[in-house]
Design a protein around this ligand. Structure first.
Ligand SMILES: Cc1cc2nc3c(=O)[nH]c(=O)nc-3n(C[C@H](O)[C@H](O)[C@H](O)COP(=O)(O)OP(=O)(O)OC[C@H]3O[C@@H](n4cnc5c(N)ncnc54)[C@H](O)[C@@H]3O)c2cc1C
Length: 548
């Protein structure tokens, strides 16, 4: 065992971890270590926006988790839960949609007792992290590391979706992250010059030239180590060798919504009964660890197309992609420089609701099972995916064993609150209204799912469950708050423990109304600010000596 010392140890180089690494090491007096379980992000596929599907099959770069199976969901097949496992974490494999959610989401966090987490508090961190292709305004930044750009639309089906939404009587919006959240439109993406701009490119790589930052890949953190109730270091395994490394100041858990609660529990922080069941010595009884799991549960309408100008993976269509591949290799432009999901909407599932409660992702492709249903994708068609934005159901993450390499048990407990069922079914009805509008007349073939004959709420719900999906947004398992089930306080410090914070998507007390990457980055920006304020930069003279 080797022993080393740093000021800060960041566990996990994902969306949040990359921000922490950059911002904390910007003070040259801080010695920062990042430990990432996955390999270095060397594969060219990470850079290519159109190569998103590759990662659904990659055991090397994807944790490939599976939720507990439920007999009437996907006919008992477990839900697939991809998570990124490399520098950049899930931002290295995600669909790059840039969404922040609505002001209400954050004002709700503040109303729950989390001081300074309202929309006006977090907006500056969205702006700080962003360079928007459209330039700066009251909502957008022009100096941040995350490049946010507009897509180039190669699929007329996307225009049909926008037009069809309008024809069905719903609003349009030019910017989901600006003045008007509600409506349909084109998403913006974390894509820069035709390449993915995830956490690694935006935050980590530029900081890796600093000699006060050390990034270790293939370094799996087994547990945090303590002196009494003070976190003092971590134990990690790299190439089969165990290491212990110490932190003078703090340890920051950035492992994401499945792994951060696991690391806490393996370190003896969690519900006493569960830890004892696995013979883990209880360091601190914190019953909320792993609870409060939320995810955007997703269902879809799939329609065959009479035309072939969408995307499919039939041998002929793939052959036709050859020129696009060459264009990308030559100039990083063309279809492959874009995400396949470009248009979407945030709408109200019924006139009774006050604010948008469903998100739609339109795909000019028959898309199911995280793009792993190749037989379906070989046909020509289009999909409208609908997710419940603010689900009421709560799931949990628990330990299967005390072995760090054993995945946690993921139980989403979807539809335990009947309101989620109602929202999803109403959402599918809205989706059908759009897809049955005149704008789709030239495309519309058979509705292959749920199927034109499926009309009653009960039938629609069962069909939703048959092809249920996720939008890959697990959050909430180390929730911020001050009630007995909260795991971290409003400064993201773990309750009852010194020198240990959780900084990632797991701290969200309630899921935000949209894709979760931008919010995770903003959370980390705010956390870094809080930490740097606690430990201000020491001014140095030209010779590098500290001055008053
Ligand atoms: C397939 C997919 C598509 C998505 N699409 C979008 C999208 O289009 N737009 C959007 O906004 N959001 C999207 N998301 C969600 C978004 O990417 C996540 O919410 C966000 O990346 C979460 O960031 P995080 O820092 O919490 O965790 P992650 O980014 O997952 O980072 C966790 C990191 O910690 C590492 N780690 C875990 N355990 C350990 C350990 N014990 N030791 C060392 N390292 C460890 C992991 O390998 C990983 O690198 C998508 C996610 C996925 C998986």
């Amino acid at each position: 065992m080797s022993k080393q010392q740093y000021d800060y140890i960041v566990v996990g180089a994902g969306s949040a971890g990359c921000v922490m690494a950059n911002r904390l090491s910007s003070n040259s007096n801080h010695k920062v270590l990042v430990l990432e379980a996955g390999p270095i992000d060397r594969t060219p596929f990470i850079k290519i926006p159109g190569a998103f599907a590759y990662f659904m099959f990659s055991k090397k770069y994807n944790w490939m988790y599976q939720a507990e199976s439920v007999s009437d969901i996907r006919h008992g097949e477990p839900l697939f839960c991809p998570r990124g496992k490399t520098l950049g974490g899930s931002s290295a494999v995600n669909a790059m949609v840039y969404i922040r959610g609505q002001a209400n989401d954050y004002n709700h966090w503040e109303a729950l007792g989390n001081k300074d987490w309202g929309y006006s508090d977090i907006l500056p961190y969205f702006i700080k992290s962003e360079t928007n292709q459209r330039g700066a305004d009251d909502f957008h930044g022009s100096k941040g590391p995350v490049y946010v750009s507009d897509p180039t639309n190669y699929y007329p089906l996307n225009d049909a979706f926008i037009k069809g939404t309008e024809q069905a009587g719903y609003p349009l919006t030019p910017d989901f992250n600006g003045k008007q959240f509600e409506g349909a439109g084109f998403f913006q993406f974390t894509i820069q010059d035709g390449e993915r701009c995830g956490g690694s490119r935006a935050f980590l790589k530029p900081a890796m030239i600093r000699n006060n930052l050390n990034v270790e890949c293939d370094a799996f953190v087994d547990k945090v180590i303590f002196e009494g109730k003070k976190a003092v270091g971590v134990e990690y395994t790299q190439n089969g060798v165990k290491h212990v490394v110490h932190a003078n100041k703090e340890i920051l858990l950035c492992g994401g919504a499945f792994n951060s609660p696991q690391t806490l529990m393996l370190s003896g922080i969690g519900a006493k009964e569960q830890l004892q069941q696995h013979n883990i010595t209880v360091k601190h009884d914190l019953p909320g660890v792993g609870k409060n799991l939320q995810e955007h549960v997703d269902a879809c309408v799939l329609v065959k197309s009479k035309k072939t100008d969408g995307f499919s993976v039939s041998p002929l269509s793939l052959l036709k992609m050859l020129p696009d591949t060459l264009t990308y290799l030559k100039s990083k432009t063309g279809k492959l420089s874009n995400s396949i999901t470009q248009a979407g909407a945030f709408l109200k599932s019924s006139p009774e609701v006050d604010i948008p409660d469903i998100q739609m992702h339109f795909v000019p492709l028959l898309y199911d099972d995280s793009g792993r249903n190749l037989k379906l994708m070989a046909k020509h068609g289009y999909s409208l995916h609908v997710c419940v934005l603010n689900p009421k159901s709560r799931g949990e993450v628990t330990l299967k064993s005390a072995k760090p390499r054993d995945a946690v048990k993921i139980d989403f407990n979807f539809f335990s609150d009947p309101e989620d069922q109602k929202t999803l079914v109403n959402g599918i009805k809205v989706a059908r209204e759009i897809l049955r509008s005149n704008a789709f007349d030239e495309y519309r073939g058979e509705e292959i799912h749920p199927g034109a004959q499926i009309e009653s709420d009960q039938e629609i719900f069962q069909k939703c469950k048959d092809l249920l999906g996720l939008v890959y947004h697990p959050v909430g398992t180390c929730k911020m708050g001050n009630d007995p089930m909260a795991v971290v306080d409003e400064t993201l410090k773990v309750h009852g423990i010194e020198n240990l914070r959780v900084v990632d998507a797991s701290i969200m007390p309630t899921i935000v109304s949209g894709n979760t990457n931008a919010t995770t980055v903003a959370i980390a920006e705010k956390a870094a600010d809080m930490i740097l304020q606690d430990s201000p930069a020491i001014k140095k003279n030209k010779a590098g000596a500290a001055i008053a």
